[in-house]
Design a protein around this ligand. Structure first.
Ligand SMILES: [Zn+2]
Ligand SMILES: [Zn+2]
Ligand SMILES: [Zn+2]
Length: 473
């Protein structure tokens, strides 16, 4: 049943979809070895939707190609299909297509390895409109050398964007989705592209750095030559000193004959026209050209910008599709988030250190073979197995026990007031569940008891990392 979802059709049997035809392009379609389905625009295509493993776009107009590519990449059913151009149309178009070809046959040849990798993925799941993040990962999976690369555009408030992501995910959610994928370690930085300073008010990056008066903030300042009278110490713009008899101090009327002896040129050489304040260094203000906020440069938010790559975890996640979703079944077991779980373990550890009669047990259970099982028996069956496993575990734990998951496959049980023997019993019962599940859920476990196994100075984080190390091969 599950196998029917994979429809391994060699790309060659399906027609090549050709868009935006010129006379020259039509001529080209007559000479290729594969059938061709021709469409003038996306709307025409969307009314027929032939299955295809390769798309060629014939237009040489950047806006037209851009619009077409955005439509195709945002269409869940066809988003991951290899798309080629007949001409390099520059940096706006390049991140959305798979390259440039000279002939339609060449496009099919280049598409073949991508289509082969796409067969690893669950097509129906990737085509689910609500599954845009998985589609983005699927895109990177099927193009192993590709990165999610930011492209700069002065028309963009943030300057940089990830065009492929924007096409697949509505831009309003893009930043959150991307952050989520990075936090889950499915995407990771490949290299640093740039570092931008953002307005703390609106996140805009178009800033005007302007010199202002440090006293009244007016921008109307001017750089002027200044003189400094040694007799009275007056400092002022040199035109104040110019008199009919040569240079004269406007304050004490001393004649200034020799520079170095009567006067000199001081460092101050800015004057504010608004408040007449005299100063050496103007104050620099970064005024946001989006929201008009004036920010001190040190208040701007520096943000690094990376080209992103699919991690090994991301590869596994997209290949097994819903392993993650299957594992969330475990989350209904008195489940709390990691940091809360850790803080409770830390608290119990301190109690055990202080009061000799206190004790608790911790049990780490790792499901070793979810990925292999999904490959072997299909996702639906694995889902059933996990569901059943979660149900049985729920029967075994008390309402005072807490659980958490530290990665997709490691389940933690915190058993307060439980001695090593009690923990061993729970562990034995849970391990017995793998024998009941005929298809073979393989479990690995590691028990811990406090205070008998307490290590001096070790907190929850370190303890759980150490235990997890023991069950990850
Ligand atoms: Zn001023
Ligand atoms: Zn003077
Ligand atoms: Zn702003």
């Amino acid at each position: 049943m599950e196998q029917a979802v994979h429809t391994p059709q060699p790309s060659i049997a399906r027609p090549v979809i050709c868009f935006a035809l010129s006379a020259e392009f039509v001529e080209m379609t007559k000479h290729c070895r594969i059938p061709v389905a021709m469409f003038g625009n996306y709307l025409e295509f969307s009314q027929q939707r032939p299955e295809s493993g390769c798309i060629v776009i014939g237009t040489h107009e950047v806006p037209k190609a851009c619009k077409l590519l955005k439509n195709l990449r945002s269409d869940p059913a066809i988003a991951l299909t290899p798309i080629y151009l007949l001409k390099d149309l520059g940096p706006e178009v390049a991140p959305l297509c798979d390259g440039v070809v000279d002939t339609i046959d060449e496009a099919c040849d280049k598409a073949a390895p991508i289509n082969k990798l796409l067969l690893d993925l669950e097509a129906r799941q990737l085509a689910d409109p609500g599954n845009a993040p998985q589609r983005l990962l699927g895109y990177l999976y099927s193009r192993p050398n590709s990165l999610l690369t930011p492209v700069g555009d002065w028309r963009n408030e943030r300057f940089y964007s990830y065009p492929m992501m924007d096409a697949m995910i509505p831009p309003a959610n893009g930043a959150t989705v991307l952050q989520g994928l990075m936090e889950r370690n499915l995407l990771a930085p490949a290299h640093l592209v740039d570092r931008l300073r953002h307005c703390p008010g609106c996140e805009g990056v178009h800033l005007n750095y302007i010199d202002t008066c440090p006293s009244c903030d007016s921008i109307e300042i001017e750089q002027r030559p200044f003189l400094h009278c040694f007799t009275c110490g007056h400092v002022g713009p040199d035109d104040q000193f110019i008199a009919s008899m040569g240079l004269t101090c406007p304050k004490c009327a001393a004649r200034l004959r020799h520079i170095g002896a009567d006067y000199d040129r001081p460092l101050e050489n800015f004057q504010c026209r608004a408040c007449r304040h005299v100063f050496v260094d103007p104050k620099v203000t970064a005024r946001c050209m989006h929201c008009d906020t004036a920010n001190a440069p040190q208040d701007l938010l520096p943000r690094p910008l990376y080209a992103l790559q699919l991690t090994e975890k991301g590869r596994i996640s997209v290949r097994t599709g819903s392993v993650e979703e299957v594992c969330t079944l475990l989350d209904c077991l008195n489940n709390v988030d990691n940091s809360y779980f850790e803080s409770i373990v830390d608290w119990l550890i301190s109690l055990c250190r202080r009061y000799k009669e206190e004790q608790f047990s911790l049990l780490g259970i790792r499901i070793k073979n979810v990925v292999e099982l999904t490959d072997r028996i299909g996702r639906l069956r694995v889902r059933e197995l996990m569901d059943e496993f979660a149900r049985r575990v729920r029967e075994l734990i008390r309402s005072t026990d807490l659980t958490t998951r530290t990665n997709q496959y490691t389940l933690w049980l915190l058993l307060p007031k439980t001695d090593a023997k009690g923990c061993e019993i729970v562990r034995g019962r849970i391990l017995a569940l793998q024998a009941d599940a005929g298809d073979g859920l393989e479990l690995e476990s590691v028990p811990f008891h406090a205070p008998s196994q307490l290590v001096t100075g070790e907190g929850a984080k370190l303890l759980m990392a150490r235990m997890e190390g023991a069950i990850i091969e």
